[in-house]
Write a protein that binds this ligand. Structure first.
Ligand code: IMP
Ligand code: MG
Length: 175
């Protein structure tokens, strides 16, 4: 009856993926220091590793938080910004939104629209994982790490009912 952790992405694979994303961002932001905005809570470990893989100066690191799944594995139909940013922090910045995983797309789309209204100089999306199978809202991922199958994943910052964030690798949570 208990849920099992099935290995999906190793620590080594994660490290190589984050290194690659850091290089892509370095290449594209060489001449304009980006501001990174992490979506809490799931992106916190990814963001921490990503910035340490970037050589380009970063102008600012901020976080926003959206209402989440709660403790369910089924996404609610909509997201709401519950920890926000001042408009002046975003305006005229080259913003990169940092997400752990894009699933239905609702969270990312909400965050994207929220930041867009503050008129950043540019806005891009970087997500460690993409789970396209359940997409409801189209999302363009400018910097993508890995695509995952339609399984519920945990670890490396990603939770189930607030658990498993501390796992250094990524697992599928199976019945
Ligand atoms: P979306 O709004 O459905 O795209 O979901 C985005 C958010 O849901 C992500 O930031 C994750 O926190 C969470 N999420 C989506 N898929 C999973 C999963 O497989 N495991 C854990 N959290 C997930
Ligand atoms: Mg989350």
């Amino acid at each position: 009856m208990g849920k099992q952790l099935v290995p999906l992405i190793s620590q080594e694979q994660i490290a190589a993926t984050v290194r690659q994303l850091g290089q892509e961002l370095d290449r594209d932001y060489e001449h304009r220091a980006p501001m990174l905005v992490g979506i809490l809570k799931g992106s916190f470990i990814f963001l921490a590793d990503l910035v340490r893989n970037m050589k380009t100066p970063i102008s600012n690191i901020e976080f926003i938080r959206l209402s989440s799944y709660g403790s369910s594995t089924i996404s609610a139909g909509q997201a709401e910004v519950i920890v926000s940013l001042p408009e002046k922090a975003v305006r005229s910045q080259h913003v990169v939104l940092i997400e752990d995983i894009v699933d239905t797309g609702i969270t990312t789309d909400t965050a994207w629209r929220y930041l867009r209204q503050y008129q950043p100089a540019s806005l891009k999306l970087c997500s460690l994982l993409d789970k396209p199978a359940r997409r409801q809202v189209p999302v363009n991922i400018d910097y993508l790490g890995l695509t995952v199958p339609d399984r519920f994943v945990v670890g490396y910052g990603i939770d189930f009912a607030q658990k498993y964030r501390q796992l250094p690798a990524i697992y599928a949570l199976e019945e």
